[in-house]
Ligand binder design. Structure first.
Ligand code: 13P
Length: 248
């Protein structure tokens, strides 16, 4: 199996400096090799968006932000960044609803953010995932369905929305769900989307402790359309290794 059309999205979270932009050199040349047709997206912090866009100009790597404001244009919101501003920098993606931002964002606000991003024609990486307590109480499906349906409320053009399933208990912990568990939950997400007649074609990614050691196993799960990678994506050698090992 090749990694054609599989997404490898690097979420750098609060990490990175202007100097580190050069660490993209090897990933850029890797992405230009023909046999690797993976779709690579880097989501650095806002401060590095422009440098990343400039650096990847003549490559097939895309750039995204890690969040945006509910208002898609300009406005009196100190410290905030809108989808218009993200678009203006040349970025094409935005992560919305990441669990690390959900304390300040309920499903309603996430829905408004997704609308604002789509309004500016950005691609949305919409994160959902249950907490450990939900899993223990057998509430995973309930939580995923609620996050999906409320987050995507009143939206019908979902071809620009990619779902990232990130169980909160697997983020940064080194723990990945079992193969069965992942197959089941990703299928549940896809079925829920189909049933709601929303985005039968939507891609579903997995995120949470993806690394060069577990990628081969994860690639065997054939209903996963790619990966949202945190820590391991900030090291270019490891990130490239993950993509190389994804070819099985
Ligand atoms: P880690 O890969 O560091 O577990 O982070 C996952 C994540 O939150 C990506 O959005």
């Amino acid at each position: 199996m090749t990694n054609n059309n599989i997404y490898f999205i690097a979420n750098w979270k609060m990490f990175g400096s202007v100097k580190l932009v050069n660490s993209l050199n090897n990933v850029i040349s890797y992405s230009k090799k023909n046999k690797h047709k993976a779709k690579i997206v880097y989501c650095p912090p806002y401060t590095l968006l422009k440098s990343f866009v400039d650096k990847t100009k003549n490559s097939n790597i895309e750039i995204g932000a890690q969040d945006c404001h509910i208002n898609s244009d300009y406005g009196p919101y100190t410290g905030a960044i809108s989808s218009k501003m993200i678009k203006d920098l040349g970025a094409k993606f935005v992560i919305i609803g990441h669990s690390e931002t959900r304390k300040e964002n309920d499903n309603k606000k996430i829905n408004l953010k997704i609308k604002s991003a789509l309004n500016k024609k950005l691609n949305v990486i919409f994160c959902i995932g249950e907490k450990l307590i939900d899993k223990k109480k057998n509430k995973t499906k309930f939580v995923l369905k609620k996050q999906l349906l409320e987050g995507l409320k009143n939206l019908n053009k979902l071809n620009k929305v990619i779902i990232a399933y990130e169980p909160v208990w697997s983020i940064g912990t080194g723990i990945v769900p079992t193969e069965n568990n992942l197959i089941k939950n990703v299928k549940f997400i896809k079925d829920t989307l189909k049933r709601s007649k929303k985005f039968s074609m939507s891609k579903v990614l997995y995120g949470g402790s993806v690394n060069q050691k577990n990628i081969k196993n994860l690639m065997r799960i054939d209903n996963i359309d790619g990966f949202l990678i945190g820590g391991a994506s900030t090291n270019e050698k490891i990130f490239i290794d993950i993509m190389k090992k994804s070819i099985i």
